[in-house]
Design a protein around this ligand. Sequence first.
Ligand code: GLN
Length: 192
Amino acid sequence: LQGGVREHVAMLTSLGRETILVRTPRDLEKVAGLVIPGGESSVMDKLCRIFDLQQPLRERIAGGMPVFGTCAGLIMLADRIVDGMEGQQTLGGLDVTVRRNAFGSQVDSFETDLDVPELGPEPAHAVFIRAPIIEEVGPNARTLAAVDGRTVAAIQDRLLGISFHPEVTSDTRWHELFCRMVDETVSTETSP
Ligand code: GLN
């Protein structure tokens, strides 16, 4: 609907995955997993209601479709939002509270290396652009990475939400993690 779709498509293609762009409920029916990119979450929210995607998306999320949200995509996945635009809604599913634009206007964008045990010993380079932080991680979700003690990546079952943009780096490990979640879901659904 909106945001940095192209870089995600390029990264998933480089991993040998087939992608389609989801703009309608029909498109959504065709996918085994969904990436919600960075962009502007309040606009995504509006478009997703205009295109009648909010309800189908919520249903797929409740039905266990793997979703990977980066930055604005993380906001869309969060159950609770602080400093949203007036009336801004999320899709929800991930038991976290996110604060939009949490790093303040003076530090709009920055890069850092994150320690992410889930991805292995190599640090993960992270690019933050007007990023949200995860202020509270509820009992159903789990922190995967933090900056100065503040959570910037969380996982819950098949939902993965991160504040930053791995798709603009050469590090494919976040997308590989998401693809493993998709593969596990597909094999569970197709096994007798
Ligand atoms: N600030 C944006 C929002 O609130 C997120 C920025 C991004 O996705 N890079 O949606």
